[in-house]
Ligand binder design. Sequence first.
Ligand code: FMN
Length: 200
Amino acid sequence: MDVFTAIETRRAVKHFEPGENMTNEEINKLLSATILSPTSYNIQHWRFVRISDSLLREQIKEAAWGQSQVTDAAELIVLCADTDAWQTNPERYFSETDEQTRTTLLDMLDSFYRDNKQRQYDETLRSCGIAAQSLMLAAKAMGYDTCPMIGFDQEKVGQLIQLPDGHIISMMITIGKARQPAHPRSGQLPLAEVFIEDRF
Ligand SMILES: Cc1cc2nc3c(=O)[nH]c(=O)nc-3n(C[C@H](O)[C@H](O)[C@H](O)COP(=O)(O)O)c2cc1C
């Protein structure tokens, strides 16, 4: 599927056909594409939690105020991130580079994030946002619809998935076959309002 078609036809679908999960091959294909998304200093701090346990899905639905897509969709991914990834064996992020490049990048990365909790946190959200869109477009190209979600009790879902210290939940994404199309677009702002040349 052409990337413009994927962008134009991706919509937040709220009603999914209940049924089969995606195959492991499909999930691998989807997430292998997703993790090619860019991250600052190649930190790749996203962590994708696939919820296969149906009881856990029910519990998460409850924490999401009963939103039916949580249990109806073929798949539910809780998109998390490790805020400490910048300092957890960061050599891995440059393992294919020569040693001098690696040393330079490691120094730069360290001075950029050390003692800056806000930046460490912001970076996880930037990365997850980009990954989420990659995932949703790749899913569309594979014939699936998606719904990104933040309408849930983050603390409760964190407890349910045993979110480790230093990790955050960015959003959840449901993936499946649409039972009903998304609502018509609810109010797209004109490009002229959001596109600024040089200065506000
Ligand atoms: C971060 C984020 C969180 C969202 N949370 C929910 C949610 O909890 N439940 C829901 O039904 N839709 C949710 N949406 C979907 C939005 O309502 C939808 O993306 C928006 O209205 C634009 O519609 P479109 O995605 O079909 O273009 C969320 C979207 C984003 C990006």
